[in-house]
Design a protein around this ligand. Structure first.
Ligand code: BES
Ligand code: ZN
Ligand code: ZN
Length: 500
């Protein structure tokens, strides 16, 4: 675990192994850089004259043993045009700086990034973004590699420098929030990245139970308990698998007794081969990520318990594999699950996420929560529609969607709404049952949401289709290849705003 500190002070007085200073476009230094330049004579101006990086965003150059300083390295980090900076760019810069320093062999480093002007951002926002960038940028998943590829030395401490001592308290609180939300995101990434032979429904149950806390009660239902309560749709999908299903209930009571909770539901499909309607072989390995919805839910609980958020939250995770064993459910089968008054004709066993979610959503609605938000790697169509930069958002809860949009823009864990006009419901009509589990190729993300909508009753509800955002095989600015934890920053911010 890396130590994150905050401090007010001058760059040339820092004794850390490295000091990172921003360099604006046109080779212009900021406040801390100018102060360091005064203390160090001609070294910096001479260097800058030759500096071929120009201060463009993300580029960097390091000077060693600069006279008048106490640090071994001064790294100039290009930040581009200050007017174009955003909180997310700050997050990305911090991630880049942290990864670079890690490869340099430095152990203790200080970052002078919060003095940059970011329109509309408070000092607390900036400190939080920098701290998140460090924690998220340094994440890696290499526990199964005997020889690590990346030559680096783990950083021991990162000090986030601020200009004014009077902001120290606010900055400390911002760091605590960043730590909580990053720990939640990185937990979601870890669970997502675990291979399917390790991350089974039973494993997810154990991981959930490990989050138990004085305000968080975790119940893990095994197959017998699932049969007893009648989550028959979850059981139907589980029929093709040799591994037992689990149904996980997380009950967080941070708010007032009796306040209706926010219910969070996550798809915990630990491997999706498609079932009898088997998937093509290419990239089928990526279907170990079909439990990312559940990983996000667990990540959110990790963060909100660390933050002690004063709110009640109920988490529900149906978990199974979708395989092709001889007892597997089949196209043509008709199911009736926990919600007794809806029969479902199976037309494609690969549309299994909505099947297991139907039991969890119906159960959620029965608990009379204030609202329901579900997370699911539900449709390939969502990847086609939105790619990897926005999560698909649909649902009946207008206020939830509006607030999620705001939180998405603020955290850069973004959502984009797709419509759910009633005409789309036509596509899931069945000849033999009440509804069928696919609605044809057109509007696949929407008809999947239409299916889910049948199970939430009149509880305001938002559905987040994270199929395109939950993992990324190329990696992105703040995430290594694999699970991204998308949805954790978004919903932790959303919940925190409710109670602030
Ligand atoms: N888990 C998949 C959705 C998915 C596919 C997510 C690719 C991310 C990448 C889901 O269970 C599924 O297979 N959905 C089908 C539905 C179809 C049969 C209506 C799909 O999207 O192809
Ligand atoms: Zn599927
Ligand atoms: Zn699936």
């Amino acid at each position: 675990m890396i130590e994150l500190n905050v401090k007010a002070g001058h760059a040339h007085k820092q004794r850390d192994d490295a000091v990172v200073l921003p360099l604006l476009e046109g080779r212009k230094l900021t406040e801390s850089g100018k102060a360091l330049q005064q203390a160090s004579g001609k070294v910096l101006p001479n260097f800058l004259r030759k500096f071929d990086c120009m201060g463009t965003f993300g580029g960097s150059r390091t000077l060693y043993d600069v006279e008048g300083t106490f640090t071994q390295r001064v790294t100039l980090l290009g930040v581009g045009d200050e007017k174009k900076l955003s909180l997310h760019k700050l997050r990305v810069l911090a991630a880049k700086a942290a990864r670079k320093l890690e490869r340099s062999g430095a152990r203790d480093v200080s970052l002078f990034l919060t003095e940059l002007n970011v329109r509309g951002a408070s000092i607390a926002d900036k400190v939080q973004a920098v701290a998140e960038g460090v924690e998220l940028g340094l994440y890696r998943f290499d526990k199964y590699k005997h020889k690590k590829d990346d030559k680096h030395r783990d950083l021991r401490s990162v000090t986030i420098m601020i200009s004014s001592r009077s902001d120290l308290d606010k900055a400390e609180a911002a760091i605590a929030r960043a730590r909580a939300v990053s720990a939640g995101t990185n937990l979601a990434r870890d669970l997502s990245n675990e291979p399917g032979n390790v991350c089974t429904p039973e494993f997810l149950g154990d991981q959930a139970a490990a989050l138990s806390h004085e305000n968080l009660n975790v119940t893990v239902m095994d197959k017998a308990a699932i049969e007893e309560i009648g989550f028959n749709n979850l059981l139907a999908v589980n029929q093709g698998s040799a591994k037992e299903p689990r149904f996980i209930i997380l009950d967080y009571k941070g708010g007032n007794e009796g306040d209706a909770p926010v219910a969070l539901v996550g798809k915990g499909l630990t491997f999706d081969a498609g079932g009898i309607s088997i998937k093509p072989g290419a990239q089928m390995d990526e279907m170990k990520f079909d439990m990312c919805g559940s990983a996000v839910v667990l990540g959110i609980f990790k963060a909100i318990t660390a933050m002690n958020l004063p709110i009640n939250v109920l988490g529900l995770i149906p978990s199974t594999e979708n395989l092709l064993g001889s007892a597997a459910y089949k196209p043509g089968d008709v199911l009736v699950g926990y919600k007794k008054d809806i029969s479902i004709e199976i037309q494609n066993t690969d549309a299994e996420g909505r099947i297991i979610l139907s039991d969890a959503l119906a159960y959620a609605a029965e608990q009379k929560p204030a609202e329901i938000i579900d997370f699911a790697t539900l449709t390939g169509a969502c990847v086609v529609a939105l790619g990897s930069h926005a999560t698909g958002m649909l649902g009946t809860g207008e206020k939830i969607k509006k607030d999620l949009k705001l939180s998405g823009d603020h955290t850069y864990d973004r959502v984009w709404e797709l419509p759910m006009h009633e005409e789309y419901q036509e596509q899931i009509k069945s000849d033999i049952a009440d509804i069928r589990n696919i609605g044809g190729r057109d509007g696949g993300t929407i008809t999947a949401a239409c299916f889910l909508s049948r199970f939430v009753g009149d509880v305001p509800w938002a559905h987040l289709d994270i199929a395109g955002t939950a993992w990324n095989m190329k990696g992105n600015d703040i995430s290594a290849k694999g699970g991204t934890g998308a949805g954790v920053r978004l919903v932790v911010d959303y919940l925190a705003r409710k109670v602030s």
